[in-house]
Design a binder for this molecule. Structure first.
Ligand SMILES: [Zn+2]
Length: 97
């Protein structure tokens, strides 16, 4: 038999404290731009294991998106199936815990 009681437990969780540009490392909330860009990169080189290739990136401006995309498609091992998906987000969508 297991018995239970209620006790106050102090624990730590990881919380989002900001969103930084993956290209220029600027705090996106501090930029003058109205929007920022969420980018997902992936490829189909490994068949069913391609889920592991999915990466999420936050970018502060189209200038950084352009540089980031250029770097992504100029990797040494780039393949035809490499994908680059961009979603433009309003900065008011950034939330803090
Ligand atoms: Zn940037």
């Amino acid at each position: 038999m297991r018995k239970y009681d209620k006790r106050e437990v102090k624990k730590f969780e990881q919380v989002q404290t900001g969103v930084y540009c993956d290209q220029c490392e600027t705090d996106i909330e501090q930029t003058p731009h109205e929007h920022f860009y969420e980018v997902q990169t992936s490829h189909n080189c490994w068949g069913n294991d391609s889920m592991e290739s999915i990466r999420e990136h936050d970018l502060c401006s189209m200038v950084c998106v352009t540089k980031h995309m250029h770097d992504y498609y100029n990797q040494e091992d780039v393949q035809e199936s490499f994908r680059y998906e961009i979603v433009r987000e309003d900065k008011s969508e950034i939330w803090r815990d």
